[in-house]
Design a protein. Structure first.
Length: 294
């Protein structure tokens, strides 16, 4: 068991619930997800299995796409409909043009404050645990990347948007901050993650399809997690050298157009066997080795 599953998570399930369901089918192999979805949310949840759990950070860095629904003129402690909602008294009703005019300030590299009901840790404790217990929670703004915001439907108070963003972006905060710039408030009432990199929601396994047979049939190669990296195919002799932690000599200047910080090493069958770095020009060494299949 060494690969990646694309799961279409249903509403009402935590990401951990889904991973536990997968783990029962693949144990003793490990399983871990690459990017939390709140219980309210649906869509792509990438689950890495076996040694592929060491590739979770690479999947997390992939671009993500969401379809989100917000309700304007309302607020809640969690910025979504999971906590008590308060309707504003006589809030302004922005026009579609009003909203479109604000979108540029929320695209590109921006500063965003995460919701206090989030899984971020403060002093070793999850922020949402502190918030639920009534403690004061303060989270610092951080830089996130938002590539595109597109309004797909608007009929007050309901606003639907497609959002393409980078790692660490909170969609709830996008709606909250956009509404605040319009002099009102918003809560997120629906969220579907439609893609993480090349993993698409229409290709995801439903929980009803999760059987040992389906997991084995739909398990994608681990190299899918590092498709963005340049690749090199190792000879059996080179593979033996890196298995023993030794360096190998490769004409990287002839193989690659520019210096590479990391390289995905494959065997003759195209399976991921290692991640490598150039220690010095033309000399590669392993930073992660993966087991060869029998």
């Amino acid at each position: 068991m060494f690969g990646i599953l694309n799961i279409n998570k249903p509403a009402g399930w935590t990401s951990r619930d889904v991973v536990n369901r997968v783990h029962r089918l693949v144990k003793p192999a490990k399983a871990g997800h690459a990017g939390t979805l709140d219980p309210l949310a649906t869509g792509v949840l990438v689950v890495c299995i076996g040694p592929a759990t060491r590739l979770i950070s690479y999947v997390q860095e992939m671009q993500k796409q969401y379809q989100a629904t917000f309700l304007l003129g309302r607020s809640s402690p969690s910025d979504d409909t999971e906590t008590e909602i308060v309707e504003l008294a006589s809030p302004p009703i922005p026009t579609l043009d009003d909203i479109k005019a604000r979108l540029p300030q929320f695209t590109g590299s921006i500063q965003q404050t995460p919701p206090i009901y989030s899984a971020l840790k403060i002093g070793g404790k999850r922020a949402y645990h502190l918030a639920r217990s009534g403690q004061q929670v303060e989270l610092k703004p951080r830089t996130v990347q938002i590539y595109e915001l597109v309004i797909t439907a608007y009929e007050y108070p309901r606003l639907e948007m497609t959002i393409r963003c980078g790692s660490g972006t909170y969609v709830r905060s996008v709606g909250r901050d956009l509404a605040e710039s319009l002099g009102t408030a918003a809560v997120m009432s629906g969220l579907t993650r439609t893609a993480i990199g090349h993993f698409q929601v229409q290709d995801g396994l439903s929980l009803d399809q999760l059987t040992q047979e389906e997991v084995a049939a739909k398990l994608q190669p681990a190299r899918c997690a590092v498709d963005h990296l340049p690749t090199i195919t190792l000879t059996p002799q080179q593979l033996e050298e890196i298995r023993n932690g030794r360096l190998i000599e490769v004409d990287t200047a002839a193989l690659f157009d520019s210096p590479c910080s990391e390289i995905a090493a494959l065997d003759n069958d195209g399976r991921l066997v290692a991640l490598m770095q150039e220690k010095q020009p033309g000399i590669l060494g392993p930073i992660r080795n993966f087991p060869s299949p029998p």
